[in-house]
Design a binder for this molecule. Structure first.
Ligand SMILES: O=C(O)C(=O)C[C@]1(C(=O)O)C=C[C@@H](O)C=C1
Length: 284
């Protein structure tokens, strides 16, 4: 049966690029926000959501992580890493220079990835946040004011815009990790070589215990389990209360992971497995 896949729209977002790079003919539906996309999987309206999780320049997409942890606990079943190239787009009929641009529109993550360019090259432009990079492109395509969007090449095509400056992200090695969320992974087939396998854990420490984080990390260290990310986020229950998200670069197994979980539980930690999944790397 055809699966329905939700993504942050409209057409031309980086998330849509991520979806197209791993899924072929499925039914693809765009949503206005990342939470709306995840809610639609939770309610059963769609089968799969693909959402951004982390960017190499700007770090964690906090909205995704917080919504996943606090609102809808959907299993992560795959990850796709996509190269991100940000371009400055203007209407075809714009014939001014960079200093003539009065507003620059984009998603918060894209604005953050291009801070230096905006600061140095767009000194007369006011930053306007949009719900996605493609939404920003759509907005500027309908305005005859001297305004620009930061978005990708697909958005330029989709909304009939010209690329005024290419690759304006502040650091060249720009990639975003997207995760595939679903309640039922049966029938999902991704035809792409798997780069690695990863397991993501959510760990809550016992409150105010000296050396607790050190003990947590030791449980992985002496088993020689490689951690590729550790990040703390507020529990939202009061200042000083945090949980940790830990990425382990190996698939869940029947020996090492249950051992870690038992050890951490004995320390008073709460451990939840958010997913164990293949990671796909897309080249553009
Ligand atoms: O606005 C988009 O195009 C998105 O798909 C969202 C998003 C993000 O939230 O990180 C995805 C990848 C890029 O890092 C910039 C924006």
């Amino acid at each position: 049966m055809t699966k329905t896949i939700g993504y942050l729209g409209p057409k031309g977002t980086f998330t849509k690029m991520a979806v197209d790079s791993i899924f072929n003919g499925e039914d693809k539906r765009d949503f206005d926000t990342i939470p709306a996309c995840m809610d639609a999987v939770e309610s059963g309206e769609i089968d799969i959501a693909v959402v951004p999780l982390e960017n190499a320049i700007e770090g964690t997409v906090q909205l995704t992580v917080d919504y996943l942890v606090h609102q809808v606990r959907l299993p992560v079943v795959a990850e796709v890493v996509v190269p991100i190239q940000q371009h400055l787009l203007v209407r075809e009929d714009f014939d001014g220079g960079l200093m003539d641009i009065r507003e620059v529109h984009s998603h918060t993550q894209a604005i953050a990835q291009c801070h230096q360019f905006i600061h140095k090259e767009l000194a007369n432009a006011e930053v306007q946040f949009a719900s996605s990079t493609a939404k920003a492109a759509e907005i500027i395509s309908t305005s005859d004011s001297p305004i620009a969007a930061i978005a990708n090449r697909m958005a330029a095509k989709e909304y009939g815009l010209q690329i005024m400056s290419e690759n304006i992200h502040d650091y060249p090695n720009n990639h975003t990790r997207f995760v595939v969320l679903t309640k039922n992974e049966d029938g999902i087939s991704i035809k792409h070589p798997v780069k690695t396998d990863r397991t993501t854990l959510l760990i809550t420490l016992p409150s105010d215990q000296a050396g607790a984080l050190h003990q947590v990390l030791s449980a992985f260290a002496w088993r020689k389990m490689n951690l590729s990310k550790i990040e703390s986020r507020p529990m939202k229950t009061g200042l000083g209360n945090y949980f940790f998200i830990i990425d382990v670069d190996q698939p869940y197994d029947d020996v090492l992971f249950p051992g870690v979980e038992a050890e951490l539980q004995a320390l008073g930690c709460k451990v939840t497995v958010l997913g164990t999944y293949p990671v796909y790397q897309v080249e553009m």
